[in-house]
Structure formats: structure tokens, C-alpha cells
Design a protein around this ligand. Structure first.
Ligand SMILES: Nc1ncnc2c1ncn2[C@@H]1O[C@H](COP(=O)(O)OP(=O)(O)OP(=O)(O)O)[C@@H](O)[C@H]1O
Ligand SMILES: [Mg+2]
Length: 417
């Protein structure tokens, strides 16, 4: 296995730092990604997706890097890194240019100029652009063009989704990674990385919402006709469920978390009235029988609130109950048992869990909903390599790849500053 085909994704979450390392399947094999290492460590110094202690965060990231390096035997010298949705804004912007060639044939260069023009939007102070994603093009008034290169026209317009991140947050995050000695190839909005990994092109065409339930935040991305239709981050996540259980049962957060992981079911009416658990079995120092139906009621109430807020986001774009490919849940919070049943009812849509697609692995981490963002980052890496024409022979050393990909994708490559 050549080390020079490796890609690494680092997902710095509020519960855990996770790293996945993978390589593209060698040419001739089925197109896909092979994960050769994945590691996680509890995150310190990170709260609600924001870094509140650089020192602690650096040590979490470093120890996660060391862990994955021991697994793969290859140093992680550069990586694709996720950016949390809490410090993000996004808007749609138009760019218009005149086609430069006298014969009117549109070239890559014209597309780049149009994308550049789209970026001249008002960026809120203290924010910087991290993604400029073309949604569709208009050539001489013909709308809905997917790829204008090679077409003929006089006027080229692009409709682009501009995603901006808060500068201070970006600086803290990038500092955290650089301090470990690793380089950043590109920052990617976490939900876009997850979406890359769990949804098929067909689902994105038909209309699908990808929802990542994290510890402190829930982020969603809605796709239709292959384009991003809507992005949102809700400041509420699966840790709120744990906190509610702790309050409801008058117990500690640690015990409440264990109750949730081992015994909670999100549809209370389906829980046996007589089912009970003794908190002593979960580490409490006193005997206390709690009703699992009551636990179910607590969990259901909070999950319904989260689902309602997701539905509100769908209402904003007139897609409430109207997404043919439904909702795909991922992230650690999606592991809650009973979530799929509850969500189907509440959202009136098909609901499934988003496990990584087209991925093989030597570790079962790959089938873990918490790892989808880290794995999706590797897929971004592979796409960047393809776009840069390097055919995946990119080593863990950044050697201008990102500069090339950046020109093509107009993405942000966390520059050292
Ligand atoms: N088996 C499980 N059942 C129910 N909930 C679970 C399970 N496993 C993990 N969780 C919950 O998932 C949440 C953590 O999710 P995840 O690891 O995706 O968050 P994160 O990425 O660290 O956080 P964020 O994305 O908000 O920064 C925790 O609240 C945890 O209790
Ligand atoms: Mg997360």
C-alpha cells in the first residue's frame, strides 16, 4: 500500500475529536474509499463547536493524531478539517461576466471569473469566505446550465452558494491543528462533509435533508436537483437530552448519559409500562428504580423539539413533508434508539440513518454514525485531488494541490496566518 495515496479527515466536535485516514481504491477496482485507520478521543477545550482553551484542544487533537498514526504507521502531516456550523452564515450570490473569447466559447477561465465576481458580496465583518459552491449557470439567458465549459455565449452568469465562517473561530481552529504540526489542506463545513459521505447523488437530485445530530448542535443541509437548497445549524443537540434525563431523574450527567445510551427509547408509548432500571447498575451509589417509560417521555419531549425545529427549517423553504428522498440522520445523536420511528411520524417523511456509502475498511469505526463527518472529509480530499488532476497520488504533504483545487473550487484553504 503506497503511503502517497493517503488522505486524512479531522473532525473536531464538542464531544470528541475524530480522525479518519483512508486511501482511494487503486485504479481498476470499484470506485471507493478504503479506511485504514480511525481514532477518537474525548474533546477537551471545545464547547458548542467553539474552542475555549487552545492548549486543551491542541492536546486532544494531538493525542488523536498519535492514536491514528499508531494504527496506520503513517504520519498525518496534512488533513481536511471540518468547521462547525455554529459560526457560519451562508447566502446565495450571482456573478456575471462577458465571455472572453471572440468566438464565444466558454472556458474554465470565464467560469472562474464569474465565480470571482460572485464573491464580491458583502461579507459580514469578521467573517471570511470558506466555500463558493456554484449552483447553476445561465448562458445568454438560458437558465439551469450545469457545466458551461465548451458552450457558446456572450454572457455568463453563475448562481453560487457562498458560505462564510467567523474569522476568530477559523483562526482558533486552524491554530489548534497547526500547533500539532499538521497542515490543513482545506476547511470544510462539517455538514457538507457528512452529506458527501451519506447521501447518494440520486437522493440529492430528488430532494433530501441530511441532519447531523451532534452533542451540542444539530446541523442540516437540504439538497435538491443536486444543489444545496438550504443550510442551518440549530444550537441544540443530543447532550440536551442527557441534561433533561439528569434533571428528570435527579441524577448526575454521567449516569443520565448511561441511561440514555443503554436504555432510552424515543417513542414513549412503545416502552413497557413496567420496565425499570436500577441506577446502581449504572454506577449510582444508591438503589433507585426508574421507570423506562418515564425516561422515554423525557427523551421524546426533547427529540420532538429538535424535530420540530428541523421541520421549521423545512417550512422556510416550503419542503415540510415534501422531500422525496426524505431525511437522513447521522452523527452520534442519531444513534438514539427509536429516533427513526419518532422522526417519520413527526416529519411525515421517509427517514433513514446515514452510514458512510462506498466505503470499505479494516476497522468497524466506519459503520459508526459518529464518524461520518471525518470520513466525508476524506472524500472531499479525494475530490480535491481529482479536481487538481493529481489522480490521488497526493501524499500527506501539501504541495500546491490545494492551490490548484482552490482555483477550481474557490474553497478556503486554511492558510497559515
Ligand atoms: N448509542 C447512542 N445512543 C444515543 N445517543 C448517543 C449514542 N452514542 C452517542 N450518542 C450521543 O451523541 C452525542 C455526540 O454526538 P457526536 O459525537 O456526533 O457529537 P460531536 O460531533 O462531538 O458534537 P458537535 O457536532 O455538536 O460538535 C452525545 O450527546 C451522545 O450522548
Ligand atoms: Mg459533530
Amino acid at each position: 500500500m503506497a503511503k502517497d495515496t493517503l488522505f486524512a479527515g479531522i473532525d473536531i466536535g464538542s464531544t470528541a475529536v475524530r480522525i479518519a485516514v483512508g486511501q482511494r481504491m487503486p485504479a481498476g477496482d470499484r470506485e471507493g474509499l478504503h479506511i485504514i485507520g480511525a481514532a477518537e478521543v474525548p474533546s477537551e477545550g471545545i464547547n458548542r463547536g467553539a474552542i475555549n482553551s487552545i492548549e486543551d484542544a491542541v492536546s486532544s487533537v494531538s493525542s488523536c493524531i498519535e492514536k491514528v498514526e499508531r494504527m496506520t504507521g503513517a504520519p498525518v502531516s496534512s488533513a481536511w478539517v471540518s468547521l462547525s456550523g455554529a459560526y457560519i452564515t451562508s447566502q446565495v450570490s450571482k456573478g456575471v461576466v462577458a465571455v472572453s473569447r471572440p468566438d464565444g466559447e466558454i472556458r474554465e477561465e470565464d467560469v472562474e471569473r464569474a465565480l470571482d465576481h460572485a464573491q464580491t458580496v458583502a461579507t459580514p465583518t469578521n467573517y471570511e469566505i470558506i466555500h463558493v459552491i456554484p449552483r447553476s449557470y445561465v448562458v445568454d439567458g438560458q437558465a439551469g446550465v450545469k457545466d458551461p465549459v465548451g458552450m457558446t455565449g456572450i454572457r455568463l452568469e453563475v448562481d453560487a452558494q457562498i458560505i462564510q465562517g467567523q474569522t476568530a473561530h477559523i483562526k482558533n481552529l486552524t491554530k489548534c491543528v497547526y500547533r500539532t504540526g499538521a497542515n490543513i489542506e482545506r476547511l470544510v463545513l462539517g455538514i457538507l462533509a457528512a452529506a458527501e459521505c451519506v447521501a447518494t447523488a440520486r437522493q440529492k437530485d430528488l430532494g433530501v435533508a441530511i441532519v447531523n445530530i451532534g452533542g451540542s448542535t444539530t446541523s442540516l443541509a437540504v439538497f435538491e436537483q443536486g444543489e444545496i437548497l438550504h443550510l442551518a445549524t440549530l444550537p441544540i443537540g443530543a447532550d440536551h437530552v442527557t441534561a433533561d434525563i439528569a434533571i428528570g431523574l435527579r441524577t448526575s450527567i454521567d449516569i443520565a448519559e448511561r441511561v440514555k445510551l443503554k436504555h432510552a427509547y424515543a417513542v414513549a408509548k412503545d416502552v413497557d409500562k413496567k420496565a425499570e432500571v436500577n441506577l446502581r447498575e449504572l454506577g449510582s451509589d444508591s438503589d433507585e428504580e426508574v421507570s423506562l417509560k418515564y425516561v422515554g417521555q423525557i427523551v421524546q419531549a426533547r427529540m420532538e423539539e429538535i424535530l420540530e425545529r428541523i421541520d421549521n427549517e423545512l417550512k422556510k423553504i416550503d419542503r415540510s413533508g415534501l422531500l422525496p428522498a426524505g431525511v437522513v440522520f447521522t452523527g452520534g445523536g442519531a444513534k438514539l434508539s427509536g429516533l427513526v420511528e419518532l422522526a417519520k411520524n413527526k416529519l411525515r417523511l421517509p427517514v433513514s440513518l446515514g452510514y458512510p456509502l462506498n466505503v470499505t475498511s479494516i476497522t468497524d469505526r466506519v459503520n459508526d454514525l459518529s464518524f461520518t463527518t471525518a470520513i466525508g472529509l476524506i472524500q472531499w480530499g479525494m475530490n480535491d485531488a481529482v479536481a487538481a488532476g493529481r489522480g490521488g497520488t497526493m501524499a500527506f504533504a501539501s504541495s500546491g494541490l490545494i492551490e490548484k483545487a482552490k482555483r477550481l473550487f474557490k474553497g478556503f484553504a486554511g492558510g497559515r496566518n
